[in-house]
Design a protein around this ligand. Structure first.
Ligand SMILES: Cc1cc2nc3c(=O)[nH]c(=O)nc-3n(C[C@H](O)[C@H](O)[C@H](O)COP(=O)(O)OP(=O)(O)OC[C@H]3O[C@@H](n4cnc5c(N)ncnc54)[C@H](O)[C@@H]3O)c2cc1C
Length: 404
């Protein structure tokens, strides 16, 4: 049970959504995430017979993909509060599936389509149904942190050459190059929010943001990435060989790029914060339950003082991460007072807490925690990845500090 259960101000809708998503997390996300995690070849996780497909279908049927969509009928604050609840419960179920379903599945492409003002893009990508599957590509083989460190001197250094460049050609843009193997959801995505450099002499600052359908001629994909954590989330590189898009698919141009990237990072870090508060809570819940069952020294281990203290310390961290993440999510996504440094503080805090609490939880499981028979080692690996995901925590903190 989390403190969210005691929030008297939760509306009936919020309570109902929380219960529904928690059930989905327990009955679908957790078992499917564990099954995908154990597959030795990441290609298996997206083969036709993979459990990921029915899970995605069930997620779509829940109708909770409200992020960024214009057709939900919710106020921005209502949307932000629900989003925080949804992210936390889904993170509790499975980090990788939570990320691929919420942030990549509908988030950034939907938001871009809606701000484009272009009827064709809005009708195809702007709603909350999941018939199109989005991904977000900003990092490149030679540029990870560089692409995100938007208030550092390197950001406008024209000497640093991007791996993916868009060139204006009449009423089209031609895209050449590639994005990194870390693009979440790319192997199954049908559309991409592409953050890339536009030809010129402004470095990363002179970027643009385009909606790129991934069935266009010249687009190809690499093999799904084999990695340590969040193995249930498929990731892979995308190549562009003279790919042509209409010029008005470039939704954000060079002059607005930095501001739009700041907005994206504010949004993405808020989502990460709530999701990994949920991951931390899952580790705590499992360790708490285990400590009541495991008998050592003639009594359940929860009756040993050092275990009690460890559990209480974990509980305190989970509750502070969850409360802070939800507050920041509401400020940043629900009002026009979006603040990047708050989002970064919440992301770096929540992901660190998720890793620390998962590590403490594994200790409570003793040797069992290290085995694949028990869920802890997977949660620890999933949490470890989050401290690099959407920006290394150190680099994000440097960016956040600049914003104070
Ligand atoms: C689970 C996961 C999901 C991801 N999803 C996506 C996605 O959907 N789309 C996408 O485009 N990318 C995605 N990424 C990529 C992610 O954003 C990058 O991995 C991250 O920004 C770090 O880049 P890098 O891996 O190239 O590390 P590098 O930038 O090479 O950094 C290596 C080390 O150097 C340090 N460092 C680098 N620069 C500085 C600096 N200026 N000051 C101080 N220290 C520095 C870093 O802290 C780090 O410890 C994902 C990554 C992960 C792990």
């Amino acid at each position: 049970m989390s403190s969210i259960d005691f929030e008297t101000e939760l509306s009936e809708t919020e309570q109902a959504v929380q219960e529904t998503v928690h059930r989905f997390a327990e009955e679908v996300l957790r078992p499917v995430g564990q099954e995908l995690d154990k597959m030795p070849d990441p290609q298996q996780t997206i083969d036709d017979d993979s459990a990921v497909w029915p899970a995605l279908k069930k997620y779509a049927e829940l109708g909770i993909n409200t992020l960024g969509a214009d057709d939900t009928g919710l106020s921005p604050v209502e949307n932000a509060r629900l989003s925080a609840i949804i992210h936390e419960e889904m993170g509790w179920g499975d980090a990788g599936l939570a990320m691929v379903m919420t942030a990549q599945g509908g988030g950034i492409v939907t938001w871009l389509a809606n701000i484009s003002g272009k009827a064709e893009l809005i009708s195809r990508y702007g709603g909350s149904d999941l018939s199109e599957f989005g991904c977000w590509a900003i990092t490149e083989p030679d540029h990870g942190s560089d692409t995100l460190a938007l208030n550092q001197p390197t950001f406008n250094d024209p000497e640093i050459t991007a791996n993916c460049i868009a060139v204006k050609d009449g009423d089209e843009y031609v895209i050449r190059g590639q994005k990194s193997s870390w693009v979440s959801g790319a192997p199954i995505a049908t559309v991409m929010a592409l953050y890339c450099t536009i030809e010129g002499n402004r470095g990363f600052e002179g970027g643009g943001i385009a909606v790129v359908p991934l069935n266009l001629p010249g687009v190809s994909k690499g093999k799904p990435l084999n990695k340590l954590g969040q193995r249930s989330m498929t990731q892979g590189e995308v190549f562009f060989d003279e790919v042509r898009i209409p010029a008005d698919y470039m939704i954000v141009d060079q002059d607005a790029y930095k501001m739009a990237l700041q907005g994206t990072l504010t949004m993405a870090n808020s989502w990460m914060a709530t999701t990994f508060a949920g991951v931390a809570r899952s580790a705590f819940d499992l360790a708490n339950a285990y400590s009541k069952e495991r008998i050592q020294g003639g009594k359940p281990i929860c009756e040993h003082q050092s275990v009690k203290l460890r559990l209480f310390d974990m509980f305190r961290k989970v509750e502070t991460a969850s409360t802070f993440a939800r507050k920041v999510s509401t400020i940043n996504n629900g009002t026009d007072r979006g603040q990047l440094h708050y989002a970064i503080a919440a992301k770096t805090y929540s992901t660190r807490v998720a890793f620390d609490v998962a590590s403490e939880a594994l200790q409570i499981f003793g040797g069992n925690g290290l085995t694949k028979e028990y869920p802890m080692e997977k949660i620890l690996r999933d949490a470890r990845a989050s401290m690099i995901e959407d920006g290394c925590n150190e680099v994000l903190s440097i960016v956040g500090a600049e914003d104070l």
